[in-house]
Design a binder for this molecule. Structure first.
Ligand code: SAH
Length: 274
């Protein structure tokens, strides 16, 4: 995966990405990161990249020319690497875009190159957006000062889906948002901390029981924290509830049988005595 970021603050991108797991992905080569300073491409002799918006209004707007030339330069490096013309996806981070979610991270992780465009100030001249942007993505319904943090958010989530980035290849699959369910609670050593014990089933060594418990907890937690996700999961997993109801019915019948047996034995004993 090759990430290219068009930004006025490249150090924010490289500093943010170079730590911990994402940093390791750069070192082991599963991901590359090319943070391009849009200011380097301005033809303005004072290196200006912004100007007042036509029609008036608050703040400054990033101009089309530097953004477009920075984009062209990036596409050229990609073409050179591939030895052919390419049309990489260009993601403009904007509070007006589709709100980012896990399924989008998964889908974007299949691309070979991704170009992120970070706005600043009041945003970017519409004409260059029309010219180059393929995807408009927001990280949530609030407004930030720039697209750098959102670009880092996307790159972090996407890189976790790239083979070789996470140590354990299936930890991406059982996690929150991989299937509508939030992840179950987890515990590590010691067995008792602050007077609280780890749930005994996790120490039982019974893999099937552990799985069953985790699914149950995931469902409980999702229903409580994110009823919207729970509804979606429940509507696609009716058979889970049918299975569960059958299991409970069996348990109830078994208990009833045991009770009746005990009553019978008691009765026999009482009759024997009298
Ligand atoms: N005037 C714009 C907001 C500009 S905020 C508007 O009302 O739509 C400045 C820049 O920050 C944007 O160009 C965008 O790149 C980035 N940004 C701000 N909030 C964001 C969000 N929620 N998601 C993604 N990018 C965001």
């Amino acid at each position: 995966m090759h990430f290219h970021v068009l930004t006025l603050f490249p150090e924010m991108i490289t500093d943010g990405f170079s730590t911990s797991i994402t940093g390791r992905s750069l070192e082991n080569g599963s991901v590359t990161l090319n943070a391009v300073n849009i200011r380097d491409y301005t033809i303005n002799k004072h290196k200006k990249v912004d100007d007042y918006p036509y029609g008036g209004g608050a703040g400054m707007l990033m101009q089309a020319q530097p953004v477009y030339d920075a984009y062209k330069a990036v596409v050229q490096t990609i073409d050179q690497r591939k030895g052919q013309k390419s049309t990489p996806r260009v993601i403009y981070l904007t509070p007006q875009g589709t709100v980012f979610k896990q399924s989008m991270a998964k889908e974007l992780a299949r691309e070979e190159d991704l170009i992120f465009l970070c706005g600043h100030y009041e945003g970017i001249d519409e004409r260059v957006l029309e010219e180059i942007v393929t995807d408009y993505i927001s990280i949530g319904d609030y407004v930030l000062t720039g697209g750098e943090l959102p670009a880092l958010v996307l790159m972090d989530a996407i890189s976790r889906m790239v083979p070789g980035v996470l140590g354990n290849s299936d930890s991406g699959e059982s996690e929150s948002h991989s299937n509508y369910l939030l992840e179950y609670p987890q515990y590590s050593r010691p067995e008792i901390w602050n007077g609280k014990s780890v749930p005994p089933v996790l120490l039982s060594g019974d893999h099937a029981k552990v799985e069953e418990w985790r699914l149950e907890k995931s469902i409980e937690r999702t229903a409580k924290m994110r009823p919207d996700l729970y509804e979606k999961w429940a509507s696609e997993n009716e058979e889970y509830f049918i299975r569960k109801a059958k299991r409970e019915e069996r348990k109830r019948k078994n208990e009833l049988r045991k009770l009746k047996k005990a009553q019978k034995a008691q009765k026999a004993e009482d009759e024997g005595k009298s």
